[in-house]
Design a protein around this ligand. Structure first.
Ligand code: OKP
Ligand code: ZN
Length: 420
Protein backbone atom coordinates (compact mmCIF):
# COMPACT_ATOMS: atom_id res chain seq x y z
CA UNK A 1 0.00 0.00 0.00
CA UNK A 2 1.30 3.44 -0.89
CA UNK A 3 2.12 5.88 1.86
CA UNK A 4 -0.63 8.35 2.47
CA UNK A 5 0.35 11.69 0.99
CA UNK A 6 -2.95 13.42 1.43
CA UNK A 7 -2.50 16.56 3.47
CA UNK A 8 -5.66 18.38 4.29
CA UNK A 9 -5.34 21.93 5.52
CA UNK A 10 -7.20 22.77 8.67
CA UNK A 11 -9.03 26.02 9.30
CA UNK A 12 -8.65 28.22 12.33
CA UNK A 13 -11.04 31.07 13.09
CA UNK A 14 -9.52 33.65 15.41
CA UNK A 15 -11.65 35.83 17.60
CA UNK A 16 -11.54 37.39 21.04
CA UNK A 17 -14.63 35.40 21.95
CA UNK A 18 -16.03 31.91 21.74
CA UNK A 19 -19.11 31.52 19.53
CA UNK A 20 -21.32 31.06 22.56
CA UNK A 21 -20.27 34.46 23.89
CA UNK A 22 -21.45 36.40 20.88
CA UNK A 23 -24.92 37.26 19.70
CA UNK A 24 -26.10 35.53 16.55
CA UNK A 25 -29.36 37.37 16.14
CA UNK A 26 -29.83 39.75 13.26
CA UNK A 27 -30.60 42.64 15.57
CA UNK A 28 -27.77 45.14 15.57
CA UNK A 29 -27.14 46.92 18.81
CA UNK A 30 -24.91 49.46 20.49
CA UNK A 31 -22.47 51.31 18.30
CA UNK A 32 -23.71 49.51 15.19
CA UNK A 33 -26.71 51.82 15.21
CA UNK A 34 -24.66 54.74 13.83
CA UNK A 35 -24.95 53.65 10.20
CA UNK A 36 -27.80 51.81 8.55
CA UNK A 37 -25.43 49.83 6.32
CA UNK A 38 -22.28 49.28 8.31
CA UNK A 39 -22.79 46.72 11.09
CA UNK A 40 -19.25 45.63 11.91
CA UNK A 41 -20.03 44.09 15.30
CA UNK A 42 -22.95 42.11 14.00
CA UNK A 43 -20.86 40.96 11.02
CA UNK A 44 -18.10 39.79 13.35
CA UNK A 45 -20.53 37.79 15.46
CA UNK A 46 -22.26 36.22 12.47
CA UNK A 47 -18.99 35.18 10.86
CA UNK A 48 -17.69 33.70 14.09
CA UNK A 49 -20.91 31.75 14.40
CA UNK A 50 -20.83 30.55 10.79
CA UNK A 51 -17.18 29.48 10.85
CA UNK A 52 -17.46 27.65 14.12
CA UNK A 53 -20.54 25.85 12.82
CA UNK A 54 -19.02 24.96 9.44
CA UNK A 55 -15.67 23.93 10.91
CA UNK A 56 -16.39 22.70 14.44
CA UNK A 57 -13.72 23.00 17.13
CA UNK A 58 -11.48 25.25 15.10
CA UNK A 59 -12.12 28.51 16.91
CA UNK A 60 -9.11 29.98 18.63
CA UNK A 61 -9.91 32.45 21.35
CA UNK A 62 -7.29 35.14 21.79
CA UNK A 63 -6.27 35.04 25.43
CA UNK A 64 -6.91 38.24 27.34
CA UNK A 65 -3.69 40.20 27.22
CA UNK A 66 -2.42 42.52 29.91
CA UNK A 67 -1.82 45.26 27.39
CA UNK A 68 -1.74 45.93 23.71
CA UNK A 69 0.20 49.03 22.80
CA UNK A 70 -1.27 50.05 19.46
CA UNK A 71 1.29 52.80 18.93
CA UNK A 72 4.18 50.39 19.30
CA UNK A 73 2.54 47.61 17.28
CA UNK A 74 1.64 49.83 14.34
CA UNK A 75 4.96 51.71 14.06
CA UNK A 76 5.82 49.95 10.79
CA UNK A 77 2.44 50.71 9.24
CA UNK A 78 1.01 54.05 10.36
CA UNK A 79 2.00 57.51 11.40
CA UNK A 80 2.61 57.30 15.14
CA UNK A 81 0.61 60.44 15.88
CA UNK A 82 -2.45 59.06 14.11
CA UNK A 83 -2.39 55.82 16.08
CA UNK A 84 -1.93 57.77 19.26
CA UNK A 85 -4.90 59.95 18.28
CA UNK A 86 -7.09 56.90 17.69
CA UNK A 87 -6.07 55.46 21.06
CA UNK A 88 -6.99 58.57 22.99
CA UNK A 89 -9.73 60.24 20.94
CA UNK A 90 -12.74 58.95 22.84
CA UNK A 91 -11.48 59.86 26.27
CA UNK A 92 -10.48 63.33 25.07
CA UNK A 93 -13.86 63.74 23.39
CA UNK A 94 -15.84 62.72 26.45
CA UNK A 95 -13.70 65.03 28.56
CA UNK A 96 -14.70 68.07 26.48
CA UNK A 97 -18.08 68.04 28.10
CA UNK A 98 -21.52 68.86 26.88
CA UNK A 99 -21.59 72.18 28.66
CA UNK A 100 -19.11 73.68 26.23
CA UNK A 101 -21.37 72.90 23.28
CA UNK A 102 -18.69 70.87 21.56
CA UNK A 103 -20.72 67.69 21.26
CA UNK A 104 -23.28 69.41 19.12
CA UNK A 105 -20.64 70.76 16.78
CA UNK A 106 -18.94 67.48 15.95
CA UNK A 107 -21.65 64.88 16.20
CA UNK A 108 -23.51 63.26 13.37
CA UNK A 109 -26.69 65.18 12.41
CA UNK A 110 -28.68 61.98 12.66
CA UNK A 111 -27.44 61.12 16.10
CA UNK A 112 -30.15 60.70 18.73
CA UNK A 113 -29.10 60.65 22.33
CA UNK A 114 -29.99 57.45 24.16
CA UNK A 115 -29.33 56.32 27.70
CA UNK A 116 -26.90 53.73 26.41
CA UNK A 117 -24.86 56.27 24.53
CA UNK A 118 -25.23 59.68 26.11
CA UNK A 119 -22.15 61.00 24.31
CA UNK A 120 -22.35 61.33 20.52
CA UNK A 121 -19.93 59.59 18.17
CA UNK A 122 -17.20 61.98 17.04
CA UNK A 123 -17.08 62.72 13.33
CA UNK A 124 -14.93 65.28 11.49
CA UNK A 125 -16.37 68.72 11.01
CA UNK A 126 -13.13 70.47 10.25
CA UNK A 127 -11.53 69.11 7.10
CA UNK A 128 -7.77 69.42 6.73
CA UNK A 129 -6.23 71.30 3.85
CA UNK A 130 -3.96 68.46 2.89
CA UNK A 131 -1.64 70.38 0.62
CA UNK A 132 -1.10 73.21 3.04
CA UNK A 133 2.26 72.94 4.81
CA UNK A 134 0.97 74.96 7.74
CA UNK A 135 -1.66 72.42 8.74
CA UNK A 136 -0.97 70.08 11.61
CA UNK A 137 -3.15 67.86 13.80
CA UNK A 138 -4.52 70.03 16.57
CA UNK A 139 -4.26 69.02 20.21
CA UNK A 140 -8.03 69.62 20.15
CA UNK A 141 -9.62 66.27 19.37
CA UNK A 142 -12.17 67.85 17.00
CA UNK A 143 -9.42 69.42 14.95
CA UNK A 144 -7.36 66.22 14.91
CA UNK A 145 -10.42 64.25 13.78
CA UNK A 146 -10.78 66.62 10.82
CA UNK A 147 -7.10 66.20 10.09
CA UNK A 148 -6.95 62.39 10.09
CA UNK A 149 -10.42 61.20 9.12
CA UNK A 150 -11.40 61.50 5.48
CA UNK A 151 -15.19 61.14 5.72
CA UNK A 152 -18.17 61.34 8.05
CA UNK A 153 -19.05 57.64 8.20
CA UNK A 154 -16.11 56.44 10.28
CA UNK A 155 -16.96 57.69 13.77
CA UNK A 156 -15.02 57.51 17.01
CA UNK A 157 -17.26 55.69 19.47
CA UNK A 158 -16.97 54.48 23.05
CA UNK A 159 -16.11 50.88 22.20
CA UNK A 160 -13.56 51.72 19.51
CA UNK A 161 -10.27 51.69 21.38
CA UNK A 162 -10.94 48.29 22.91
CA UNK A 163 -12.06 46.91 19.56
CA UNK A 164 -8.94 48.17 17.82
CA UNK A 165 -6.76 46.59 20.49
CA UNK A 166 -8.64 43.32 20.12
CA UNK A 167 -8.35 43.48 16.34
CA UNK A 168 -4.59 44.01 16.60
CA UNK A 169 -4.24 41.05 18.97
CA UNK A 170 -6.31 38.92 16.58
CA UNK A 171 -3.87 39.74 13.77
CA UNK A 172 -0.87 38.93 15.98
CA UNK A 173 -2.30 35.56 16.97
CA UNK A 174 -3.38 34.86 13.41
CA UNK A 175 0.23 35.20 12.25
CA UNK A 176 1.39 32.87 15.00
CA UNK A 177 -1.18 30.22 14.09
CA UNK A 178 -0.51 30.52 10.37
CA UNK A 179 3.21 29.92 10.87
CA UNK A 180 3.14 27.40 13.68
CA UNK A 181 0.11 25.27 12.90
CA UNK A 182 0.26 25.45 9.09
CA UNK A 183 -3.42 26.06 9.00
CA UNK A 184 -5.58 28.50 7.08
CA UNK A 185 -6.40 31.31 9.47
CA UNK A 186 -9.40 33.61 9.42
CA UNK A 187 -8.89 36.74 11.52
CA UNK A 188 -12.36 37.82 12.61
CA UNK A 189 -11.66 41.44 13.41
CA UNK A 190 -14.48 43.83 14.21
CA UNK A 191 -13.35 46.59 11.85
CA UNK A 192 -12.10 46.39 8.29
CA UNK A 193 -8.80 48.14 7.57
CA UNK A 194 -8.09 48.42 3.86
CA UNK A 195 -9.07 52.09 3.47
CA UNK A 196 -6.78 53.13 6.35
CA UNK A 197 -3.73 54.85 4.92
CA UNK A 198 -0.40 55.78 6.54
CA UNK A 199 -1.70 58.99 8.08
CA UNK A 200 -5.41 59.15 7.34
CA UNK A 201 -8.39 56.86 7.77
CA UNK A 202 -11.99 56.49 6.62
CA UNK A 203 -14.40 54.21 4.75
CA UNK A 204 -15.34 52.35 7.97
CA UNK A 205 -11.62 51.62 8.54
CA UNK A 206 -9.34 52.90 11.30
CA UNK A 207 -6.14 50.84 11.34
CA UNK A 208 -4.90 48.69 8.48
CA UNK A 209 -5.12 45.10 9.74
CA UNK A 210 -3.81 43.58 6.49
CA UNK A 211 -0.77 45.86 6.48
CA UNK A 212 0.03 44.97 10.08
CA UNK A 213 -0.33 41.32 9.17
CA UNK A 214 2.07 41.75 6.22
CA UNK A 215 4.70 43.49 8.34
CA UNK A 216 4.43 40.86 11.08
CA UNK A 217 4.76 38.05 8.56
CA UNK A 218 7.81 39.68 7.01
CA UNK A 219 9.39 40.21 10.40
CA UNK A 220 8.84 36.57 11.31
CA UNK A 221 10.22 35.39 7.98
CA UNK A 222 13.25 37.58 8.60
CA UNK A 223 14.21 36.43 12.06
CA UNK A 224 11.99 33.46 12.82
CA UNK A 225 10.51 35.17 15.87
CA UNK A 226 6.79 35.59 16.26
CA UNK A 227 5.23 38.72 17.72
CA UNK A 228 3.41 36.41 20.15
CA UNK A 229 5.83 34.61 22.46
CA UNK A 230 5.62 31.11 23.92
CA UNK A 231 3.73 32.55 26.90
CA UNK A 232 1.03 33.71 24.45
CA UNK A 233 1.82 37.32 25.28
CA UNK A 234 2.97 40.07 22.93
CA UNK A 235 6.75 40.20 22.67
CA UNK A 236 7.82 43.59 23.97
CA UNK A 237 9.73 45.91 21.64
CA UNK A 238 9.20 43.44 18.83
CA UNK A 239 10.30 45.84 16.10
CA UNK A 240 13.47 46.81 17.90
CA UNK A 241 14.84 43.30 17.43
CA UNK A 242 15.34 43.97 13.72
CA UNK A 243 18.59 42.71 12.33
CA UNK A 244 19.39 45.39 9.76
CA UNK A 245 21.72 43.08 7.85
CA UNK A 246 18.70 40.97 7.01
CA UNK A 247 17.72 43.25 4.15
CA UNK A 248 19.99 41.11 2.00
CA UNK A 249 17.62 38.21 2.60
CA UNK A 250 14.67 40.27 1.47
CA UNK A 251 13.55 37.97 -1.25
CA UNK A 252 12.70 35.41 1.40
CA UNK A 253 10.47 37.94 3.11
CA UNK A 254 8.21 38.70 0.23
CA UNK A 255 4.51 38.63 1.00
CA UNK A 256 1.44 39.28 -1.08
CA UNK A 257 -1.94 40.74 -0.29
CA UNK A 258 -4.93 40.00 -2.46
CA UNK A 259 -7.88 42.27 -1.75
CA UNK A 260 -11.22 40.93 -2.97
CA UNK A 261 -13.46 43.48 -1.29
CA UNK A 262 -15.87 45.19 -3.69
CA UNK A 263 -14.08 48.49 -2.97
CA UNK A 264 -10.47 49.14 -3.87
CA UNK A 265 -8.10 48.65 -0.93
CA UNK A 266 -6.65 52.12 -1.42
CA UNK A 267 -5.09 52.36 2.04
CA UNK A 268 -3.23 49.08 1.76
CA UNK A 269 -2.18 49.95 -1.77
CA UNK A 270 -0.76 53.30 -0.65
CA UNK A 271 1.10 51.87 2.33
CA UNK A 272 3.04 49.49 0.08
CA UNK A 273 3.05 51.54 -3.12
CA UNK A 274 6.80 52.09 -3.17
CA UNK A 275 7.68 48.85 -1.42
CA UNK A 276 9.00 46.04 -3.61
CA UNK A 277 8.77 43.45 -0.81
CA UNK A 278 4.96 43.46 -0.64
CA UNK A 279 2.90 42.63 -3.70
CA UNK A 280 -0.56 44.14 -3.54
CA UNK A 281 -3.40 43.23 -5.87
CA UNK A 282 -7.02 44.30 -5.64
CA UNK A 283 -10.10 43.30 -7.61
CA UNK A 284 -12.82 45.90 -7.21
CA UNK A 285 -15.56 47.90 -8.84
CA UNK A 286 -14.30 50.56 -11.26
CA UNK A 287 -13.33 53.57 -9.11
CA UNK A 288 -14.76 55.90 -11.74
CA UNK A 289 -18.10 54.56 -10.47
CA UNK A 290 -17.44 53.51 -6.89
CA UNK A 291 -15.78 54.51 -3.65
CA UNK A 292 -12.87 55.27 -3.14
CA UNK A 293 -13.15 56.98 -6.54
CA UNK A 294 -9.69 58.50 -6.72
CA UNK A 295 -7.64 55.34 -6.58
CA UNK A 296 -7.77 51.80 -7.96
CA UNK A 297 -7.11 52.39 -11.66
CA UNK A 298 -5.29 49.79 -13.71
CA UNK A 299 -2.45 52.15 -14.65
CA UNK A 300 -1.49 52.60 -10.98
CA UNK A 301 1.20 49.95 -10.75
CA UNK A 302 3.45 51.16 -7.94
CA UNK A 303 6.31 53.65 -7.82
CA UNK A 304 10.04 53.77 -7.26
CA UNK A 305 11.32 50.44 -5.97
CA UNK A 306 7.71 49.28 -5.83
CA UNK A 307 7.04 49.80 -9.54
CA UNK A 308 5.26 46.66 -10.73
CA UNK A 309 4.31 45.42 -7.27
CA UNK A 310 0.80 46.89 -7.37
CA UNK A 311 -1.90 45.36 -9.55
CA UNK A 312 -5.35 46.93 -9.62
CA UNK A 313 -8.02 45.01 -11.50
CA UNK A 314 -11.10 47.23 -11.77
CA UNK A 315 -14.25 45.51 -13.04
CA UNK A 316 -17.45 46.97 -14.42
CA UNK A 317 -20.52 46.94 -12.16
CA UNK A 318 -22.61 43.79 -12.34
CA UNK A 319 -19.58 41.49 -12.36
CA UNK A 320 -20.46 37.79 -12.14
CA UNK A 321 -18.17 34.85 -11.37
CA UNK A 322 -18.25 33.42 -14.88
CA UNK A 323 -18.45 36.79 -16.61
CA UNK A 324 -15.38 38.69 -15.37
CA UNK A 325 -14.57 37.77 -11.78
CA UNK A 326 -13.00 34.34 -12.24
CA UNK A 327 -10.59 35.60 -14.91
CA UNK A 328 -9.66 38.59 -12.77
CA UNK A 329 -8.94 36.35 -9.80
CA UNK A 330 -6.78 34.07 -11.90
CA UNK A 331 -4.84 37.05 -13.21
CA UNK A 332 -4.25 38.28 -9.66
CA UNK A 333 -3.23 34.86 -8.32
CA UNK A 334 -0.96 34.26 -11.28
CA UNK A 335 0.85 37.52 -10.51
CA UNK A 336 1.18 36.49 -6.86
CA UNK A 337 2.69 33.15 -7.76
CA UNK A 338 5.14 34.89 -10.13
CA UNK A 339 6.13 37.21 -7.30
CA UNK A 340 7.32 34.14 -5.40
CA UNK A 341 5.86 34.88 -1.99
CA UNK A 342 6.56 33.43 1.44
CA UNK A 343 3.34 34.69 3.00
CA UNK A 344 -0.18 35.38 1.75
CA UNK A 345 -2.88 37.66 3.08
CA UNK A 346 -6.40 37.72 1.71
CA UNK A 347 -8.21 40.97 2.43
CA UNK A 348 -11.61 39.37 2.41
CA UNK A 349 -14.51 41.69 1.79
CA UNK A 350 -17.82 40.00 1.15
CA UNK A 351 -19.64 43.00 -0.29
CA UNK A 352 -19.28 41.52 -3.78
CA UNK A 353 -22.45 39.59 -2.88
CA UNK A 354 -25.44 40.08 -5.15
CA UNK A 355 -27.69 42.64 -3.47
CA UNK A 356 -25.17 44.00 -0.96
CA UNK A 357 -26.45 47.41 0.15
CA UNK A 358 -23.45 49.73 0.03
CA UNK A 359 -22.99 49.90 -3.73
CA UNK A 360 -23.56 53.33 -5.26
CA UNK A 361 -26.92 53.35 -7.06
CA UNK A 362 -26.92 49.58 -6.68
CA UNK A 363 -23.96 49.21 -9.04
CA UNK A 364 -22.75 46.15 -7.19
CA UNK A 365 -21.29 42.80 -8.12
CA UNK A 366 -23.35 39.66 -8.45
CA UNK A 367 -21.51 36.87 -6.66
CA UNK A 368 -23.43 34.48 -4.46
CA UNK A 369 -23.29 31.17 -2.57
CA UNK A 370 -21.13 28.74 -4.48
CA UNK A 371 -19.16 31.51 -6.19
CA UNK A 372 -17.47 32.11 -2.86
CA UNK A 373 -16.46 28.48 -2.62
CA UNK A 374 -15.09 28.73 -6.18
CA UNK A 375 -13.21 31.89 -5.22
CA UNK A 376 -11.51 30.15 -2.30
CA UNK A 377 -10.90 27.01 -4.32
CA UNK A 378 -9.22 28.99 -7.11
CA UNK A 379 -6.99 30.90 -4.68
CA UNK A 380 -6.10 27.71 -2.86
CA UNK A 381 -5.27 25.84 -6.06
CA UNK A 382 -2.71 28.47 -6.99
CA UNK A 383 -1.04 28.05 -3.58
CA UNK A 384 -1.18 24.27 -3.54
CA UNK A 385 2.05 22.57 -2.54
CA UNK A 386 3.75 25.87 -1.73
CA UNK A 387 3.31 25.69 2.03
CA UNK A 388 2.80 29.44 2.26
CA UNK A 389 1.31 30.66 5.55
CA UNK A 390 -2.03 32.27 4.74
CA UNK A 391 -4.21 34.65 6.74
CA UNK A 392 -7.67 35.84 5.76
CA UNK A 393 -8.29 39.31 7.13
CA UNK A 394 -11.79 40.74 7.46
CA UNK A 395 -12.73 43.68 5.26
CA UNK A 396 -16.27 44.76 4.35
CA UNK A 397 -19.57 42.98 3.79
CA UNK A 398 -23.04 44.30 4.51
CA UNK A 399 -25.55 41.65 3.50
CA UNK A 400 -26.05 40.16 6.90
CA UNK A 401 -28.29 37.20 6.07
CA UNK A 402 -25.66 35.58 3.84
CA UNK A 403 -22.34 36.89 5.10
CA UNK A 404 -21.51 33.99 7.42
CA UNK A 405 -22.13 31.45 4.68
CA UNK A 406 -20.05 33.43 2.18
CA UNK A 407 -17.12 33.67 4.61
CA UNK A 408 -17.23 29.95 5.39
CA UNK A 409 -17.43 29.11 1.69
CA UNK A 410 -14.31 31.10 0.79
CA UNK A 411 -12.14 29.70 3.52
CA UNK A 412 -13.49 26.17 3.05
CA UNK A 413 -12.82 26.42 -0.67
CA UNK A 414 -9.30 27.65 -0.04
CA UNK A 415 -8.47 24.77 2.30
CA UNK A 416 -9.81 22.30 -0.27
CA UNK A 417 -7.89 23.92 -3.14
CA UNK A 418 -4.60 24.18 -1.25
CA UNK A 419 -4.72 20.67 0.21
CA UNK A 420 -2.50 18.12 -1.44
C1 OKP B 1 -15.84 50.04 3.13
B1 OKP B 1 -15.38 48.64 2.72
C2 OKP B 1 -23.16 54.34 2.21
C3 OKP B 1 -22.06 54.78 1.26
C4 OKP B 1 -20.80 54.17 1.73
C5 OKP B 1 -18.44 53.98 1.44
C6 OKP B 1 -18.19 52.54 1.48
C7 OKP B 1 -17.04 52.12 2.36
C8 OKP B 1 -16.76 50.68 2.16
N1 OKP B 1 -24.40 54.96 1.94
N2 OKP B 1 -19.71 54.34 0.85
O1 OKP B 1 -14.48 48.63 1.64
O2 OKP B 1 -16.40 47.67 2.49
ZN1 ZN C 1 -16.05 47.18 0.61
Amino acid sequence: MADAVTKSLSICAISTALPSEKATSLDPSGSDAFDRHNKPRLRRDLILHALSTAFPSTTFKVPPSSSCNLVELYTRVHDVEMVSFLSTAWSKWTAMGEAKGYYEECCHPQWKQTEDEPIPPLIPCHAAFRNCPNERPSTNVMGAMGYYCTDNMTPIVASLEKELQEDAMIICHAVKRAFEDSTVVYAITTHPGHHANIDNFGGYCYLNNAALCARLMQRQLENGKCVIGDDNELVENYWKTVDESSSSKRKKCRVAIIDVDYHCGNGTSSIFYSDSSVFFTSIHCDPAIEYPFNQGYADQTGCGDGEGSNLHIPLAPGATWDGTYKAALEKAMDAIVNFDVAGLIVSLGLDTYDGDSVAVNRAGFKLSGKDYYEMGLAMGSFMKGKNVPTVFVQEGGYKMDTIGMAAANVVGGFAAGASE
